[in-house]
Write a protein that binds this ligand. Structure first.
Ligand code: SAM
Length: 262
């Protein structure tokens, strides 16, 4: 990342170098375009495996009754619903009826609208809230949440480190951060095969199912530009998290980084 005459940093948008503000605008365009087919495309691209990754990630977050959860770049709200489900189950086991609450925060109102339209939201009336905001500038006071999660969102941020600092700011002391993101495969030859698959198949699938090849081309390019597990772990530690652990899924196609705000 370098400076420009206008003092705007240059960041990657897939394989292109763009200004930060251009990245924000183009990422908004991508997710506005894919919103209505987003859940379906996720299932098709990963053969449903993304649900298993998310399920494991939320078990590690270990939601508890009465807790406040913020799902940043939460899109259609899958993690927020999982948080509430697991918190209620934990409460039932222990006879603790305090309701947990969750906020799905996303920069893109089209993604939030797709999530709000889901029929299974009714059971969470008053406990599941939707907020359109930038994850790098969260509209919440310091130490507001017990858990912050981000799944497949942070690689789209114009300034990832600013986002991590913001998550640290809004977490209570002892709060948990879970970031699920596409990552690097641990066996290089498998990475080559995965790259070949993703560059050949995913944009084509986007064209067929969502009539949008370009957005899915961005998706695969942005995955390749995202740092490896160790580099990202160091960034999270640098933002003020401790005991940061990494769990690889499907050989490192995705990885969960989990840390504590201390
Ligand atoms: N978390 C959801 C999931 O796992 O299904 C959605 C992931 S989707 C691939 C990425 C989401 O990140 C999009 O909904 C997009 O609008 C959102 N996003 C991108 N940049 C953002 C930012 N700076 N702040 C908040 N949300 C952002």
């Amino acid at each position: 990342m370098t400076g420009t005459d206008s003092n705007e940093r240059i960041v990657s948008f897939g394989f292109e170098d763009v200004t930060e503000s251009e990245k924000v605008a183009r990422v908004k365009g991508v997710f506005r375009s894919v919103a209505s087919r987003y859940d379906l495309m996720n299932d098709l691209m990963s053969a449903g495996v993304h649900r298993l990754w998310k399920h494991d990630a939320m078990n590690k977050v270990n939601p508890q009754p009465g807790e406040r959860h913020l799902d940043v770049a939460g899109g259609t709200g899958e993690l927020a619903r999982a948080f509430l489900t697991l918190a209620d189950a934990a409460g039932k086991r222990r006879g603790d009826a305090r309701p947990a609450t969750a906020i799905v925060c996303d920069i893109n109102d089209a993604m939030l609208e797709a999530g709000k339209a889901r029929a299974d939201n009714a059971q969470w009336a008053g406990r599941l809230n939707w907020v359109c905001a930038d994850g790098q500038k969260l509209p919440y006071p310091d130490k507001s949440f017990d858990a912050v999660t981000v799944s497949f969102g942070i690689r789209n941020f114009a300034d990832r480190v600013a986002g991590l600092r913001e998550f640290r700011r809004v977490l209570k002391t002892g709060g948990r951060l879970a970031v699920l993101e596409f990552s690097q495969m641990t066996v290089p030859v498998l990475q080559e095969a995965y790259d070949a698959y993703s560059f050949a198949v995913i944009p084509r699938l986007g064209e067929l199912i969502a009539s949008d090849r370009e957005s899915y081309q961005y998706l695969v390019e942005s995955i390749r530009k995202f740092p490896d597990q160790q580099t990202f772990k160091t960034e999270i530690e640098g933002a003020g998290f401790s005991q940061v652990s990494v769990t690889n899924y499907s050989g490192g196609i995705a990885a969960l980084h989990f840390g504590w705000a201390v």
